[in-house]
Design a protein around this ligand. Structure first.
Ligand code: FES
Length: 168
């Protein structure tokens, strides 16, 4: 008799433990699926910095992601540093407040929108996710930059071009 009750109690507890384990495993799987696939290298998802520290009047270069982060109207934008013309790295010029490609002279505003030169469009962008306040940039699939003629950012040229000064 006491053995029967013991068995029933044992089975009851086993069921509860089994159900609890299944719940934990399900929760872990859900949490794991929702985490960004951080590869640590260019071509994957790269952890960058806190969204609230991304500059809103300037840009910040994230070399590991070959990306510039900036904010436009309070929203983070991740720009590919690769020129849409022939792929040179486009540096940011503080004095003019523009991106200025040293290879053939393409110029883009802080939002990566086309201003001048042979580039066929604005600078490409990366999609990103903000998780717990941190910006994770997906460098695997750049999104084509805006067409020539699209200039939504009302920021005039600040001053002298870096390209003019670098050529003397
Ligand atoms: S590669 Fe930038 S303008 Fe040609």
């Amino acid at each position: 008799m006491s053995n029967g009750i013991g068995r029933r109690e044992f089975l009851s507890r086993a069921w509860k433990w089994g159900a609890a384990l299944i719940g934990v495993a399900g929760g872990w799987t859900t949490w794991d699926i929702l985490q960004p696939r951080v590869t640590g290298g260019f071509g994957g998802v790269i952890k960058t910095k806190a969204a609230d520290t991304v500059p809103d009047t300037n840009v910040e270069s994230i070399r590991a992601a070959r990306t510039y982060l900036t904010k436009i109207d309070g929203q983070v934008v991740a720009l590919s540093e690769k020129c849409p013309h022939l792929g040179c790295r486009v540096p940011w010029c503080d004095s003019s407040g523009q991106f200025e490609c040293p290879c053939h002279g393409s110029v883009f505003n802080r939002a990566g929108e086309y201003r001048a030169g042979p580039a066929p469009r604005g600078m490409d962008r990366y999609e990103f996710e903000t998780i717990d306040g941190i910006v994770y940039v997906d460098t695997g699939a750049p999104v084509s930059g805006p067409a020539i003629g699209v200039e939504t950012l009302n920021e005039p040229v600040r001053g002298p071009s870096c390209e003019d000064s670098s050529h003397g």
